[in-house]
Ligand binder design. Structure first.
Ligand SMILES: C[S@@+](CC[C@H](N)C(=O)[O-])C[C@H]1O[C@@H](n2cnc3c(N)ncnc32)[C@H](O)[C@@H]1O
Length: 191
């Protein structure tokens, strides 16, 4: 006998290979979240996990996602923090440099091309969400494993980084968050 799963899970992506890897999905949509006509106010929870930084038009994607969430529903976002050392270096270096970095650091995965558009520093995403009726219920900046590994590789790199980071935070009277916080996680609720 087979029981229906407790939740219906729908996934969307531009790569069928990537969609096939996700065994939780009951429905797979091959499409671009910047344009695909997602059903309006259809989902209780929408998660967009490490995708926004790869988009040429992240604002269009966010507006599309906002529209697909039910009243009182949640939108969960994880994305790269442009206002971090990793974010700045990634944005202003070519893709071959990212490939080389992954190889030198012996990361098993391969980097995806990134745009890291100016529309997605976390503060901007918060303001866009609020102006579309999505107050923030959780906001965290965290240090990712890649930054952690890079900073602990040598005491000289780690020490210099900490010194510059401390100075920037002091000069900005604490308004700047640490440059090591390269990842942003946010939960928004349609109010
Ligand atoms: C870094 S991977 C993250 C995958 C997954 N969310 C995870 O956390 O393991 C980025 C994903 O974004 C998808 N992607 C890139 N551009 C997209 C777009 N315009 N619309 C939908 N998906 C896109 C890629 O196919 C890829 O699966």
């Amino acid at each position: 006998m087979e029981f229906k799963p407790a939740v219906d899970v729908v996934g969307i992506g531009i790569s069928m290979n990537q969609l096939e890897r996700n065994t939780f999905l009951q429905e797979k949509i091959l499409g671009d979240i910047q344009d695909y006509p997602l059903p309006r106010q259809a989902f209780d929870v929408v998660a967009c996990w490490w995708v926004l930084e790869h988009l040429a038009r992240p604002k269009d994607a966010l507006i599309n996602l906002f529209g697909s969430v039910k009243q009182e529903g949640l939108l969960v976002l994880a994305f790269a923090n442009l206002l971090s050392s990793k974010g700045i270096v990634t944005k202003f270096t070519p893709f071959w440099f990212h490939m080389l970095f992954y190889r030198v650091m012996k990361f098993k995965s391969r980097p995806f091309p990134r745009y890291l558009r100016l529309a997605i520093p976390p503060g901007r995403v918060v303001r866009l969400a609020q102006s579309n009726g999505f107050p923030v219920v959780l906001f965290r900046l965290v240090e990712g494993t890649m930054t952690k590994r890079a900073l602990t590789r040598s005491w000289l790199i780690g020490g210099t980084f900490s010194g510059v980071d401390f100075a920037l935070q002091a000069i900005s009277f604490g308004r700047l968050s640490s440059l090591s916080l390269d990842s942003c996680v946010m939960v928004l609720r349609r109010g």
